[in-house]
Ligand binder design. Structure first.
Ligand code: CTP
Ligand code: A1H0Z
Length: 447
C-alpha cells in the first residue's frame, strides 16, 4: 500500500453502520436516530435488586459489581431511562444497600429513578416495588389516585443489563392489551424430572416449553391484585410473576420471544461475559482526528483502507469543531494523529472537549494518540514530548475515566515499510480500543 495522495479531510464513515440502537448495551442517552415509538399510557418499571448474588461466590452483590468501572445495575437503569415513554423507575434494594444505591443514582446522574427497600425474597421485593408505584413507601401500600398510578408496570431483573427498547415496547403494549406479557427464549437444555432417589423420572418434550425471561409487563391492577391474593408460600418459594397473574387473576400472559441478550447475570463468569459484551459494544467506532495536516490525513486515509485489523466504523475529521463536535457523543472512540513537536496540546484540547460534555460519565472513553514522526531523525524520542509528561497527562485523564494510549510512528518513504507500519498502527489501535486496559494508559507503543 503506497502512501496515497493527501485525501481531503472529509468525514468518511466506513464499516458497519453505527448501531442506532445498541442491541447489547444501553447507549449513553436516547439515540435520536432510534425509531421514536410513542406509548399513550403511563408505564413505570420495577427493578428487583434486593438479592445477595450468592451464586457468584462474591462478597459484593452482583448488581453492584463493577463492569468497566460502573456498577452492573447502572447499565440496567440506563437501558430504561433512555426510553422516552417510560415514566419512572423504582429500584428495590436491601436496606443495607440503600446508601450504596443512592450514591450510584447520584454519581451516574440517573434520572426518573428512586429506591425502595427490598424483601427477603424476589417476590417480596417486587411486591414492595409495585406498592411503591401505588403510592406506598415500598413496605406499606399507599393510595395514590388511580389517575397517578401507571397503567402498565414493567418488571425486569436488575441483573439483566441488555434489554432493547423495541422489546420493552412490545411487552408494554401486549401487557396493556392482555393484562400480562412476558419475554421468553427457547430452552437450551432439556428439562427432566427426578425421583426422590435422584434418578430420572421423566423428561419434558423440549419443543413444547420455553424459558421464562425478563422483561415482563402487567397492568397495574393485575400485578397489584396478584400480590394481594398470593400466599406466603408464593412469596417464599415462587419465581414466576406470570404464574401469579394466571393463578390469582385468571390472566394468561402474552408470551413474546426476545433476543439472546436477555440472559440473567447469575454466576461470576456472567459478569466477565457482560463486561466483554459492553467492551465490544463500545468499540465499534472511532473518530480519526488529523488536525488538518497533510501527513496526518495521508495516515488517516491509509488507516481507513486498512479496515481488516481496524474492524470498526471510522470517521475522519480535521478537528472536533462545528458539526464535527457530534463525534463527542455516543460511543465514538478517538484516534488522534499529531505530527507537531510534542502533540500534547492536541491531546489536552480533546480532553477539554470531552470533559465539557461530560462524555466519560457512564463509560471510559479511549483516546489513541498516534505521534507521526515526519522528521528524518530515526530516534524514537526525537520529536515527541517527554514520556514523563505523557504519563502525567494520561494518569490525570484516567482519573476522569478517559484512557489515553500512545503509538509512535515514523513516516517512511519506503512503500513496503510504510504499509507495514500502517497495519501495525491499525492493529495496535484496535487492540487498545477493544481491550481498554488501564495498565497501558500513558504507554507509548511502537508501530
Ligand atoms: N430478595 C431478593 C432476591 C433477589 N432479588 C433480585 O431478583 C433478581 C433475580 O434474582 P437472582 O438472580 O436470583 O438474584 P440473587 O437472589 O441475588 O442471586 P442468588 O440466588 O445467587 O443469591 C436480582 O436482580 C436480585 O437482586 C431481589 O430483588 N430481592
Ligand atoms: O430464580 P432466580 O431468582 O435466580 O431468577 C429469577 C428468574 O426465575 C426470573 O427472572 C425468570 O425466570 C422470569 O420469571
Amino acid at each position: 500500500m503506497n502512501p496515497p495522495n493527501a485525501p481531503g479531510d472529509n468525514p468518511v464513515r466506513t464499516g458497519p453502520a453505527h448501531p442506532s440502537v445498541l442491541p447489547t448495551c444501553a447507549a449513553v442517552e436516547r439515540d435520536p436516530r432510534a425509531a421514536e415509538r410513542s406509548v399513550d399510557f403511563p408505564v413505570s418499571v420495577v427493578l428487583p435488586a434486593g438479592g445477595t448474588g450468592e451464586r457468584t461466590g462474591l462478597q459484593t452483590p452482583k448488581q453492584f459489581c463493577s463492569l468497566l468501572g460502573r456498577p452492573l445495575i447502572s447499565y440496567t437503569i440506563q437501558a430504561f431511562e433512555r426510553v422516552s415513554w417510560i415514566h419512572s423507575v423504582v429500584v428495590v434494594v436491601a436496606k443495607e444497600n440503600m446508601d450504596r444505591m443512592m450514591d450510584i443514582i447520584q454519581r451516574f446522574q440517573h434520572r426518573k429513578v428512586r429506591a425502595v427497600p427490598g424483601g427477603s425474597t424476589r417476590h417480596r421485593s417486587i411486591c414492595n416495588g409495585v406498592l411503591a408505584l401505588g403510592g406506598g413507601d415500598g413496605e406499606e401500600e399507599g393510595e395514590r389516585p388511580v389517575a397517578e398510578r401507571p397503567k402498565v408496570v414493567i418488571i425486569h431483573d436488575a441483573v439483566r443489563p441488555f434489554v432493547e427498547e423495541e422489546l420493552l415496547y412490545n411487552i408494554a403494549i401486549a401487557a396493556k392489551e392482555q393484562g400480562a406479557a412476558g419475554a421468553i427464549r427457547p430452552l437450551v437444555s432439556t428439562v427432566i424430572a427426578t425421583t426422590s432417589e435422584g434418578f430420572l423420572d421423566h423428561s419434558l418434550e423440549r419443543a413444547k416449553y420455553r424459558a421464562s425471561e425478563m422483561p415482563q409487563g402487567f397492568t397495574y391492577d393485575v400485578i397489584y391484585q396478584a400480590y394481594k391474593k398470593c400466599t406466603e408460600s408464593d412469596f417464599e418459594f415462587g419465581t414466576e410473576c406470570l404464574h401469579l397473574a394466571l393463578q390469582y387473576c385468571g390472566t394468561n400472559a402474552k408470551l413474546i420471544e426476545g433476543p439472546p441478550a436477555l440472559w440473567k447475570v447469575t454466576y461470576k463468569r456472567d459478569l466477565a461475559a457482560a463486561e466483554s459484551i459492553i467492551k465490544d459494544t463500545l468499540s465499534r467506532s472511532a473518530c480519526v482526528i488529523t488536525g488538518g495536516s497533510e501527513p496526518a490525513a495521508i495516515l488517516a486515509d491509509a488507516l481507513h483502507k486498512a479496515v481488516g485489523p481496524l474492524d470498526m466504523e471510522l470517521g475522519i475529521v480535521p478537528d472536533l469543531m462545528g458539526v464535527n463536535s457530534g463525534y463527542l457523543f455516543k460511543e465514538w472512540n478517538f484516534i488522534l494523529i499529531s505530527v507537531s513537536q510534542s502533540g500534547l496540546s492536541e491531546v489536552k484540547t480533546i480532553l477539554t472537549h470531552l470533559e465539557a460534555v461530560n462524555r466519560a460519565l457512564l463509560y471510559p472513553v479511549v483516546i489513541v494518540w498516534v505521534h507521526l514522526n515526519v522528521s528524518d531523525e530515526l530516534s524514537v524520542s526525537g520529536r515527541m514530548a517527554e514520556p514523563g509528561a505523557i504519563m502525567d497527562l494520561a494518569s490525570a485523564a484516567k482519573l476522569r475515566n478517559i484512557l489515553v494510549f500512545g503509538i509512535q510512528l515514523h513516516q517512511s518513504k519506503d512503500a513496503g515499510r510504510w504499509e507495514r507500519s500502517v497495519l501495525r498502527v491499525a492493529e495496535v489501535a484496535s487492540a487498545l480500543i477493544r481491550g481498554r486496559s488501564t495498565a497501558l494508559v500513558g504507554q507509548i507503543l511502537q508501530a
